[in-house]
Design a protein around this ligand. Structure first.
Ligand code: 16G
Length: 240
């Protein structure tokens, strides 16, 4: 696994080697990996080098440290295809996971210029501002801030948004959600976000904005989300 003559730093080679073993399932989720001392001895490298490799793998979500127990292979990341226009609740159920929501904020505010423009409403019109932590099997996956025009989605309540917003829009209001534009950007968790997502400050996250539209072309929502980089990966299918 380690080639001391390679121009690649040794910690990096070890990191890639362990990552490969996880990807090939030679190391399985929940399995304990050898201790720092054992790895250092096996590959005849310093413990500092091993620690650097392990730290990186922990930060990237491949490994988890359990105090006083050891370092374990993390649960597999959730693989989200960027294809169908689905809701968080649907995505989690499709994976056999239990979707959950902590509503941090639910109130009505006047739309600022940017939101008014994106939602195609007059500046100052009432919009819902909804902040939620989205959970899968009780673990925080994403932080979501949604803006929807009140006139388009009457009757939304704090209780409803602790379940599925899309379900309410489609089943109770009878509207058809048709399309969305989504922008993904790499970022790091700031302190507040890190606390809410239960990751370290500075941990990698994916920041996503979704603008979705109804069948008649009317903008339905602007949603800004922050997904845990250690729990999520996104796949895109392409054709040529
Ligand atoms: C997803 C959508 C979000 C939508 C929410 C509805 C992304 C990036 N975001 O989280 O735009 O508002 O689903 O989920 O996929 P719900 O119906 O479970 O409330």
């Amino acid at each position: 696994m380690i080639n001391k003559h390679s121009p690649l730093p040794i910690y990096y080679q070890l990191e890639q080697g362990i990552k490969e073993m996880i990807e090939k399932q030679q190391l399985k989720p929940g399995e304990m990996i050898p201790s720092e001392r054992e790895l250092a001895e096996t590959y005849d490298i310093s413990r500092m080098t091993v620690r650097q490799a392990i730290n990186n793998l922990v930060n990237d979500g491949y490994l988890v440290r359990k105090r006083g127990k050891g370092t374990f292979v993390a649960a597999k990341k959730i693989e989200q295809p960027l294809k169908g226009l689905t809701s968080f609740s649907e995505d989690m159920r499709a994976r056999g996971m239990d979707p959950g929501t902590n509503v941090l904020d639910f109130h009505i505010i006047p739309a600022d210029q940017s939101l008014a423009q994106q939602l195609d409403i007059r500046e100052g019109s009432d919009i819902y501002e909804i902040r939620r932590i989205r959970l899968a099997d009780q673990l925080p996956m994403a932080l979501e801030t949604s803006y929807l025009p009140c006139a388009l989605v009457p009757g939304l309540t704090r209780g409803i948004v602790s379940g599925s917003v899309y379900e309410f829009i489609e089943n109770k209001l009878g509207l058809t959600i048709r399309s969305a534009v989504q922008v993904l950007e790499a970022s790091v968790a700031r302190k507040v976000e890190a606390n809410l997502l239960q990751v370290k400050e500075g941990a990698p996250v994916l920041s996503i904005q979704r603008n979705s539209y109804l069948e008649n072309g009317r903008p339905l929502e602007v949603v800004r989300s922050i997904y845990r980089g250690d729990r999520y990966k996104f796949t895109i299918e392409m054709e040529r």
